[in-house]
Design a protein around this ligand. Sequence first.
Ligand code: N01
Length: 546
Amino acid sequence: MAASLATPATAATAPATDFDAIIIGAGMSGMYQLHRLRELGLKVRVFEAGSGVGGTWYWNRYPGARFDSESYSYGFSFSQELLDDWNWSEHFAPQPETLRYLNHVADRFDLRRDMQFHARVAAAHFQAASGTWEVTLEDGSRHSARYLITAVGPLSAPTLPRFTGMDDFKGQSFHTARWPHEPVDFTGKRVAVIGTGATGVQTIQEVAKTAGQLTVFQRTPNWCAPLLNSKITEEEQREIKASYPAIFQRCQETFGCFLHTPDPRNTFDVTPEEREAFLEQLYASRGFGIWVGNFSDMLTNPEANAVVSDFVARKIRQRVKDQAVAELLIPKNHGFGTRRVPLETKYYEVYNQPNVKLVDIRATPIERITAQGLQTSAAEYAFDIIIYATGFDALTGAFDRIDIRGEGGQSLKEKWSEGAETLVGMLAEGFPNMFMLLGPHTALGNIPRSIEFNVEWVTALLKHMQAQGQTRVAARPAAVNAWMDHVMDCAKGLLAMEVDSWMTGVNSNVEGKQVRRIARYTGSAPAYRAWAQDIAAKGYQDLALR
Ligand code: N01
């Protein structure tokens, strides 16, 4: 059975209806945007391909999926009642808990009555004469609205490898982001995992607990660091509840909206002994501290980066018994933190287990999937289950999958074929009345913090337009150019820009996405917000409003 990226069948065709706003996606962005637009008295409809709310946390049900931002920094911050009545059980909550949380949010704010599930949007075309958007679902039904709001997620378009024979496999196979809703039993089974990004690492360390034989096919090792998750004690719970204002205030101040912020010192400002002690302390602290709370020059100065990479490489050698395997797990083509750092729980120790084998598919590439398993250039393998942890067509992939056309019938996919162009990641020139939540060039980091900012910015703009009696908004070309110059400037000198990853827009499985580009905003979240707030503060002169 081949892994499928298909979604469940669509519901019966609903009659065409007019709305003030159509939101695509019922993940965290779509949910919060719906809540805010209702407060403006707008008639809103959310179209969601899945059967429930949750977006990322709805789709990514793979074993071991969990937060790597501290739970209490990740939840919505906009409602005190919501903060009061939800208790996170762990410092980094597992996916089922997060999905329960998001269903709780949907219940508490009665969100589902304006949502249509099993409703995948196929096309959205701007109608110049009326200044509205016509949205077509995959089932053929058509709906129109004045405003189109994309809440499609930056990492939501999963991609499978393009191996021959994928349809021939007789066992079960899954992409991690299209995981079945029923539990999958690995007990005693022969399991393959292809991919060792943040998803692969979480999956591998969980599946290794029960699989009869787990074989990991690794193309590029990543630098992983300890998550150090634990249950939240009653005392910690009380402390968290009392500290919410301070927690969210801190998130507003840090580079990526995480609780961690870079150390002001440069790597070589301190003695080798102080450096080692500081790195030991980071390695023993929970969460992203070692990535985003490290020395200030770690992500820009190659010598500084080499010091941290060497430190983490030593840890890997200590944790993995077979030194040949340890060497395979140590990245050689990029430095620490220049790709997204997967956070792990005994990931490296998994390779000390007798039931786990690591295969380097750079040395011995996968040649094809077979009926029984797969074949590399060196050997044939038989499996009961193949798991594709092969990632996403990031940032623009979810847009590319919808036929979005703006003024003059211009296709967004074509416009962005050489790279996305936006104004603060939320507007695109030539696409009036369309707003993107977490579009390309928004600050990512601790994502819900960016979501809340994006939603509130769009809501404030629509409120302003309501007050002025305006119904059409478009990004001015000069404003887009100035913003894009800023986006390019931010990326200069970053070691991450010299590395292939979804963060530089590279996906080997997608035609035309083999070239690195500036696909995301690499400045700080406060700088991002300042630019967007400035547009509002200056009376939206960067936008053509009428
Ligand atoms: O995807 P990835 P991901 N043949 O692109 C390999 C977020 N996230 O789903 O590196 C063989 O990072 C590919 O190999 P290579 C987080 O932001 C958050 O893991 O291209 N291998 C790589 O190893 C993260 O960064 C959480 O050489 C192939 C892997 O598949 C983002 O999502 C948890 C291949 C893909 O790694 C994406 O992570 C999980 C092929 N044809 C994810 N194609 C949280 O904890 C791809 N690969 C919140």
